[in-house]
Each structure stands twice: as C-alpha cells, then as structure tokens.
Design a protein around this ligand. Structure first.
Ligand code: AMP
Length: 282
C-alpha cells in the first residue's frame, strides 16, 4: 500500500497505473476509521480496479473549533486497517498541502443547506464542497464513495458534481451500525460507556418514528413523543428531528407518495454531536 502525502505523489502514482482503462475509486475520510469506512472501501474494491482512500481532517468544514481540536486521530491504526483490507494507496496530505492559501471562493448550496446540518453548522457545507472538489481534482477518480449516514452531505455532493460537471460517479453506501443500532461514527470514540447507552435514543427514535409514520400516525404526534423521549434521556440534547425529502432535503410535515423520504436527527450526547437518519420508504 502506497502512502501519498502530496498532490505530486498522487499524480506520480496515477501515472504509474498500468493503462488508461484502469478505473480508480476514491473513498474520502477524516480518519479514525471504523467498519462504516471499511464498508465503503469494500464497495470501492468491488467496483474499481484501484482504490485510493484519503485521510484528512478538513478544518474548513468545522464550525466549532473545539469539535475540530477534539476530533479523534488514530492514523497508525487506520493505515493498518487499510493495508489489511487491500487498499492500493492512501492520500494523507497535511493542511498546507490542501490549503496553501485560504480559499477565497465560497460555495452556497442554496435550499439544500438551509435546513438540518446546514442550519445548525453554518459554513459546514462550504467546507465540504471545497474539500471534496479539491479531492476530486487531485485524485480524478471514476467513482467516489460516500455513506448514507451523512444524508445531506450526499445530496450536497451529488449537486456539486452536477453543477460543476465533475466527471465522477457518486456511489452511496448504507449506514453500518452496531448490533445495538448505534450508527458507527468516529466521534463515538469520545463517548463514555454510559453516554454510548444514552446515544441509543437516536436510532430508537428513528425506528419508532418510521414505524408509527407507516402505521398512519401524524408526524406532529410522533415528533412530540420523540422530543419527550429525548428529554427523558440524561445528557442528551436534541437539535433536530425532521422528516425530509431524501434528495431535495425539504422538510415535510407528513408522508408523501412518490418521493424518497428519510427521517434525520442530530443531538448532543455530552459534548459530542451525533447525527443519524433512517429511510422511510425504500
Ligand atoms: P468521515 O470520516 O466521518 O468524514 O466519513 C467518511 C465517509 O464515511 C463519509 O462518506 C461518511 O458518510 C461515511 N461513513 C461514516 N460513518 C458511516 C457509517 N456508520 N456507515 C457507512 N458510512 C459511514
């Protein structure tokens, strides 16, 4: 497995590939890898000749400096996992390599980012848009892999690719969960055992809300019951719990036929912010 610390090293690696027909799959990550990331890598290995994983904790997508400072870093372990699973190369740039200068451009995803993560994390999707654009330009993959766990990020990236005509196919991989239902997340490393238990309220509420909605219960009633469940869970502070159109991210008040629907939530567990979502009708 090649370790590529610079854009030049990536370029040389790409030039060394056997022929121009070789397909390249990119899995962008911020490290502290878990089975969710590894599932993206497995999917990439199935679909692409060469798999490149990037590990870069992107400062421009953090609106909270404390969250950035405390973001878990486990590089040695990450590299072992990637080597064992058979990744071809890992792009591990430092900040200077990615941001020789602070970008002047700003990306505004309009209505896609006025809700959910975008409204609670101002500037987050600008940072995501910029770093993903850079990674796509540096690695020039045929396919890039993203997790459904970050549903709004998927919507934003699909739109980025369309709006800027990036020549890449975006592949979305389902969320990997613990047996308890807790969605795997690098930030789970920061939870105490008790907080991990309390964090189950996210998935339990999503499952409950989906079942009730499909039974015909009103969204208003479901949401107030869920808010109650959150209030009764120690150390957990709900930020949002919304029914949305999975592609446009519009917030809805009731079930709608003919479109893909998801329920999305974000909550603090102690000082760790977690997000999760569940698809309602697919
Ligand atoms: P991150 O390192 O958190 O930026 O995540 C890198 C990629 O892994 C993103 O596309 C995430 O959506 C995806 N990802 C994170 N957690 C999971 C999970 N539990 N299951 C599947 N994909 C995930």
């Amino acid at each position: 497995m090649k370790i590529l610390p610079t854009k030049d090293a990536v370029k040389k690696f790409l030039l060394s590939l056997p022929n121009s027909q070789t397909t390249v799959g990119l899995v962008p990550t911020m490290g502290a890898l878990h089975e969710g990331h590894l599932d993206l890598v497995r999917k990439a290995k199935e679909n692409s000749d060469i798999v490149i994983v990037s590990i870069f904790v992107n400062p421009t997508q953090f609106n909270n400096p404390d969250d950035f400072a405390k973001y878990p870093k486990t590089l040695d372990k990450d590299l072992d996992l990637l080597k064992n699973i058979g990744v071809d190369a890992v792009f591990v740039p430092d900040n200077q390599e990615v941001y020789p200068e602070s970008p002047l451009i700003k990306i505004d995803f309009g209505d896609l980012e006025r809700v959910l993560e975008g409204s609670f994390r101002p500037g987050h999707f600008n940072g995501v848009g910029i770093v993903v654009s850079k990674l796509l330009n540096i690695v020039k993959p045929h396919k890039a892999y993203f997790g459904q766990k970050d549903l709004q990020q998927v919507a934003v990236i699909k739109r980025l690719v369309k709006d800027l005509s990036f020549d890449v196919e975006i592949i979305v991989v389902p969320t990997v969960r613990e047996a308890s239902g807790l969605a795997l997340s690098s930030r789970n490393l920061r939870l105490s055992p008790v907080q991990r238990e309390n964090a189950l309220v996210l998935y339990k509420s999503l499952s409950f809300a989906k079942t009730e909605l499909l039974k015909g219960e009103s969204w208003f009633t479901i949401k107030s019951e869920v808010e109650n469940q959150f209030q009764q869970t120690p150390e957990v502070e709900l930020e949002y719990f919304e029914l949305v159109d999975s592609d446009k991210m519009t917030v809805l008040e009731s079930l709608q036929e003919g479109i893909s629907l998801s329920i999305c939530t974000a909550a603090y567990v102690g000082d760790v912010r977690l997000i999760d979502n569940i698809s309602v009708n697919h």
